[in-house]
Design a protein around this ligand. Structure first.
Ligand SMILES: *Cc1c(COP(=O)(O)O)cnc(C)c1O
Length: 352
């Protein structure tokens, strides 16, 4: 604490990202990064853009937004881009989700949401997941200033159907429903096709997970132009150039390479299914994931003990703070080799 702080700083409880330690031979399955390098088109695009780093980037990111619009079948005015989807979310919370009535989101979900609420002074109400840790859209009732829902949910990996999202949109016609599709490419059902008919829908995606570009920091939102305009107004009151020239060029190259996305999500999904069976045969309960991670617990072993034992073997997985999920481990889908090392380590820890 310091007497120089603005009053709000003392009240903040910042988000804590998964650790990025430097341990030789580490098997890193804790932050849902993609196990393979990005599209081979990304590097050359960034190298070419580096020639022009003396110039400011395009503040409207027109080329990247055009590429996203083409690939997703929407208009460029329906696309917003930001420095990672965390920034897109932060801007959306301020621009569209701060109202008198509380914002609704699940009790177990992406733990950045309450952090944005603290930063912007947004009231919120947490809607409990059901006993099987599923989102029940029928429980999202009552007056609200907005709804935020990851689909698939984090950290459970469980997906909702497009019909469920549509139910939610119809239940709250006067509030923005933000669907955070960080993991949708690994088997979820995207809400993007609903944008045309729903003035209150904002879909947020990222290049960090399915496009293997966590290090580049690019995310985007798709919604009707009136919602996008609100995001642009906040962004232009804050930072004209959140995406630099390298990020703009690399992201456009990655989005355009749809064949890379198809091939590499299939590899991750295949590894996910193999890992799920291997963990089940070790006695783990595995939630049905459509993401690039599994959320698992063992009936006879506490989550903190397992995570610590894995860590001793230089294998990192993530545990999340909420008491309802204290015994669960969130395990990122790595390469088959990395997942194999995890399974062997767990076999030794469980004496199987
Ligand atoms: C990873 C993640 C994000 C943020 O991704 P960026 O790297 O900031 O684009 C947003 N929402 C959820 C649910 C995530 O898991």
């Amino acid at each position: 604490m310091s007497r120089f702080w603005s009053p709000i700083v003392e009240t903040l409880t910042p988000y804590v990202p998964g650790e990025q330690p430097r341990i030789p031979g580490l098997v890193k399955l804790n932050t849902n990064e993609h196990p393979y390098p990005p599209s081979p088109r990304v590097g050359p695009a960034i190298a070419a853009a580096a020639e022009s780093l003396n110039l400011y980037p395009d503040p409207t990111a027109a080329a990247l937004r055009g590429t996203i619009a083409e690939v997703y079948g929407v208009a460029p005015e329906e696309v917003f881009v930001g420095n990672g989807s965390d920034e897109v979310l932060a801007i959306a919370f301020q621009a569209l989700l701060k109202h008198d009535a509380p914002l609704l989101f699940p009790d177990i979900t992406y733990s950045f949401y309450p952090v944005y609420c603290g930063l912007y002074g947004i009231a919120y109400r947490e809607i409990p997941l059901d006993a099987a840790l599923r989102v029940q859209v029928a429980d999202f009732t009552g007056p609200c200033g907005g709804v935020v829902l990851p689909n698939p949910n984090a950290p459970t990996g469980i997906g909702l159907s497009r019909a469920d999202i549509e139910t939610l949109l119809r239940a709250h016609p006067d509030a923005v429903v933000l669907i955070d599709e960080a993991y949708v490419d690994f088997g979820g059902e995207s809400a993007v096709p609903l944008v045309r008919d729903h003035a209150n829908l904002l879909v947020v995606q990222t290049l960090s997970k399915s496009r293997a570009l966590a290090g580049l920091r690019v995310g985007f939102a798709i919604g009707q132009a009136h919602l996008i305009e609100a995001l642009v107004r906040v962004k232009d009151s804050f930072n004209s150039y959140p995406l630099d020239r390298l990020a703009l060029a690399g992201a456009a190259a990655a989005i355009a390479d749809t064949a890379w996305l198809e091939d590499n999500r299939a590899r991750v999904v295949a590894t996910r299914e193999d890992l799920a069976s291997a963990l089940q045969s070790l006695g783990f309960e595995v939630l049905p994931s459509v993401a690039n991670f599994l959320f698992v617990r063992h009936p006879d072993h506490a989550g903190d003990v397992l995570a610590a034992a894995l860590r001793e073997r230089a294998i990192l997985v993530r545990r999340l703070g909420h008491p309802r999920i204290a015994d669960y481990l969130r395990i990122t889908i790595g390469t088959p080799e990395a997942c194999g090392r995890l399974v062997e380590a767990l076999r030794a820890i469980l004496h199987r």
